[in-house]
Design a protein around this ligand. Structure first.
Ligand SMILES: [Zn+2]
Length: 245
């Protein structure tokens, strides 16, 4: 994999190199929610030579998805998102195994999916799914990359070892802290594209770098081109991770 000319620009990077590219080829990730965030994240991860990508979504492609859910074409409207995405990814990333999961997962099944991969990307747009994904990542100590995008705003935070904190619930306690959903509030198409690309970058770093960055919440206000970052610490009262060592 590392000798493949396809990945020459990665191999040339000191931060990746032949060893990092080979690690990517052996690694797996699960994307929960194949929408505005999940599509660009999946495209960059598969094109970057990730070994295996599990795609989970219960939804079908709607015409209103097309401006930002960049894996889908007009002809995909009505098809299950994960199947349309898998077909599209095979065109540019034949080396990556794509495992589509077209279902709304029970907690038990989600735990199985999360336990079987190296990194999880939370690309959903509702709080209950986010809590369920975090619980599974805490239970299995699977690194979690979480993103959100709405209107002209985006957020990003990575939890390298959620069992030991901080985890998603150390940062977000109730729905009000989230950005809301795109259906009611609208979203400018490139905003989730930026956050999805950052999520893919974070995932590649988790796989190729032995030392993860400390957890940092990135807040992007696209209207004013204002980026802020806040250090995130474990909440000793966190209902998800505080019971762990
Ligand atoms: Zn926590």
């Amino acid at each position: 994999m590392a000798g493949n000319p396809r990945f020459a620009r990665h191999v040339a990077l000191p931060a990746v190199g032949p060893a990092g590219q080979a690690a990517l080829g052996r690694a797996s990730a699960a994307i929960v929610g194949v929408g505005g965030l999940g599509c660009p994240a999946a495209l960059y991860l598969a094109n970057s030579g990730l070994g295996k990508l599990v795609l989970n979504d219960f939804d079908r492609v709607d015409e209103s998805n097309l401006p930002r859910q960049i894996l889908f074409r007009d002809a995909d409207v009505g098809s299950p998102k994960v199947l349309a995405a898998a077909a599209r990814l095979k065109q540019t990333a034949p080396q990556t195994t794509i495992e589509p999961v077209h279902a709304r997962l029970s907690a038990a099944r989600l735990l199985e999916v999360v336990a079987a991969v190296d990194v999880v990307l939370d690309c959903t747009d509702n709080f209950q799914s986010r809590l369920a994904t975090n619980s599974a990542c805490v239970a299995t100590n699977t690194p979690l990359v979480s993103g959100a995008a709405i209107r002209m705003e985006g957020q990003l935070v990575t939890f390298a070892a959620p069992a030991h904190g901080p985890c998603y619930q150390c940062v977000y306690r109730d729905e009000d802290e989230l950005l809301g959903d795109c259906e009611g509030n609208g979203v400018l198409a490139p905003i989730p594209g930026v956050i999805g690309a950052l999520m893919a970058t974070e995932t590649i770093k988790l796989i190729t770098s032995p030392q993860p960055n400390p957890a940092k919440l990135i807040l992007w206000d696209g209207a004013n081109n204002d980026w802020r970052s806040l250090n995130v610490k474990r909440d000793e009262q966190c209902p998800a991770c505080s019971g762990n060592g």
